[in-house]
Design a protein around this ligand. Structure first.
Ligand code: FES
Length: 72
């Protein structure tokens, strides 16, 4: 396991645990989460993590995730 953990949107300084709670309470998908919090709208590097967080409930990642050209 890598010693590096990705646990937040660095641009907005918001932990994924906080974002997951808000997303689940409001029923947000990725687009709604980005619109409501601004997370994913800065550098965009957290977007694949946000996508996986919403799909799996994970809030700590030990691998580098990238978005493909089609945004998936
Ligand atoms: S790390 Fe989330 S927008 Fe930059």
């Amino acid at each position: 396991m890598s010693s590096v953990a990705v646990t937040m949107c660095v641009c907005r300084r918001v932990p994924f645990t906080h974002l997951l709670s808000r997303a689940r309470a409001a029923g947000w998908g990725l687009d709604e989460l980005i619109a409501a919090t601004g997370c994913g709208a800065g550098c965009g590097l957290c977007r694949p993590y946000l996508r996986r967080m919403l799909a799996t409930g994970e809030t700590e990642f030990h691998e580098l995730l990238y978005e493909s050209a089609d945004g998936c």
